[in-house]
Every structure is written in C-alpha cells, then in structure tokens.
Design a protein around this ligand. Structure first.
Ligand SMILES: [Zn+2]
Length: 299
C-alpha cells in the first residue's frame, strides 16, 4: 500500500474529541514525514478527518522490514476517511447542503474545465493586470452524481480552474476531492494524478499528468514555434514522451532551456508523435510548473 498521508497537521494542545476542526486547519503546521520530531507525539492529526496520527517508526527513516516511515491513523478513533482507505466510489454526500458546505470549506471542488485562453485585461492598464494570478473563474451550476443514494444528483456550483491554481497549495489540494469534467466520482487529487513514466499507450480521455523535465528546446526560430519539452519516460514500446506547446506559452510558465529537472503538471490527452508519445494542444490554463517544495509529495 502506498502512503496516502503526505503530511500531518501538528497543533499542540488541540484534541480530536473537543477541538474545532476549522481551528485545526487554520492554525496547524503542516509536517512532512521527515519533519516529524519527538515532541510532536500525540499532537499530530489527519489533514482529512482530523483524527490522531502517529509516525511509524517514530524515530527512524525505515522500519526493520525496509519500508519507509509513514503516518498512520491511531487506533481507537473510528473515522470515515479517504486517507485511511481509498474510496473506489469517491466521496459521497448525504444532502445537497452537505456537498455545498464541503465546497465552501474547500474539501470538494467541482471542475467544469480548465481555462483555455489567457484572460484579457479588463482595463487598458495592462501593466497592472497580471493574468498569471487568475486561478479560477465561476462555472455553471452542474448536476453532480455524488449523493449517498444511488443515482442521486445534486446541483452544485462549478469552477473553471487552472493547473497553476492546482499547483498552488498543492499539499492541501492533494487531499481535496475533485469532480472532473466527464467524471463519475469525486476523487482525491492524489488518486487523479498520472505519472507520465507509467503511461503505456495513447489515451483520449483527458487526465492530469505529471512528469519531470529531461530537456527542453524551441524546435523553430520564433516564439510561435513549438517548444519540445521532453519528460522522463520509461517504455519498451515508445521512444520518448514530449510536451509540445508553443515556445511563448511555455516560457510564460517558466519552461525554457534551463527548466531541466523541474516537474510539470498538464491536463490533456496522450497521442503518438513519431515513434514516441506526446501531449499537445494544451491551453493556457492547462499546464504549470510544480513549485519545487512540493516535488517530494510526488516522487
Ligand atoms: Zn483521516
């Protein structure tokens, strides 16, 4: 089983039995497995269900069986938590109000799509308008099949997001439930992300992929030409895996000849390109570099 709890919430003095969950979320410190210290014992909690966690083993990087250290739920507190057991059917809600509350609390995100075109400046003073700050726009109300009762749908507000918005506060987004366009269930982001290295063939259903940049160069002479960004890839059937987007669009996101080693997230479909695979025709809001501090959550 892979380790589903990427970080714990550390808050001294808080208790699961008596504490307010929103206080925990607002005030706690996020602790990665290698940031755990002994004095935190008994004061670390689950980022989804808020139950007590413990680190196993407590003060070594590996258990005697070779497994790396991980966070686990303490026995004794029973919670229905997607980080305890992966929910095959996604997260369900009893009522529409409960689902709306989950959206307000940012536990649930209904994604209508990702922003394709760079938003244009609402005023003429372009210098003061920074399109890169736009992370989401309101989408239409959607009928979403996430009721506890079979076949039940709720009318819920949706968003048009950007992958950049997903990359910001990526550690928190990993535990959020995303209902994606054409999706069937609300799935935790960590279960939606696909590693490019594990791709074995074309895939015409759009997904969120991530990959590590091996090289990047502009295949032409102008910023309108395609920048060929090669991603780390292991396949016996295909030669390589490229992200193919115009140079100017990639540069705006920080992807240039020097982006080697960085991780990129892309929402798109996988097609063949010569003897290899690629993702192309990606819109402005459909890809972004992952901030370096979050790379350890994926690798
Ligand atoms: Zn939990």
């Amino acid at each position: 089983m892979d380790n589903r709890i990427k970080h714990a919430l550390y808050l001294s003095g808080w208790s699961y039995a008596a504490g307010d969950k929103s206080t925990l979320r607002k005030s706690a410190e996020k602790i990665l497995i290698n940031e755990y210290q002994r004095h935190m014992k008994g004061q670390i909690f689950c980022p989804e269900c808020s139950a007590n966690l413990f680190r196993s083993p407590e003060d070594k990087d590996y258990a005697s069986n070779g497994r790396s250290a991980y966070f686990a739920h303490s026995r004794g507190v029973e919670t229905d938590c997607g980080l305890r057991t992966k929910r095959a059917e996604g997260k369900k809600y009893l009522t529409e109000e409960e689902a709306k509350k989950a959206i307000q609390d940012e536990e649930l995100v209904i994604v209508e799509g990702f922003i394709k075109q760079k938003p244009v400046s609402p005023t003429k003073e372009k210098s003061e308008y920074d399109a890169t700050q736009i992370e989401e726009q309101d989408g239409p109300v959607s009928r979403v099949p996430i009721g506890r009762h079979r076949g039940e749908t709720f009318s819920l507000p949706s968003k048009f997001k950007t992958i950049r918005g997903v990359c910001n506060k990526f550690d928190e987004n990993m535990n959020r439930y995303f209902f994606m366009p054409n999706g069937k269930h609300a799935i935790q982001l960590q279960d939606l992300l696909k590693n490019v290295e594990n791709v074995t063939d074309e895939d015409d259903l759009p997904k969120i992929y991530y990959g590590r940049i091996v090289s990047s160069h502009n295949a032409g002479k102008t910023p309108k030409n395609i920048r060929m960004t090669r991603l780390s890839f292991k396949s016996r059937d295909f030669a390589d895996f490229y992200l193919k987007i115009p140079d100017e669009l990639q540069r705006e996101k920080g992807i240039d000849d020097n982006a080697i080693g960085r991780v990129v997230l892309i929402y798109g479909i996988v097609t063949t390109s010569g003897a290899g695979l690629c993702i192309e025709d990606v819109g402005w809001g459909e890809f972004a570099l992952l901030p370096i501090q979050y790379e350890s959550l994926l690798y």
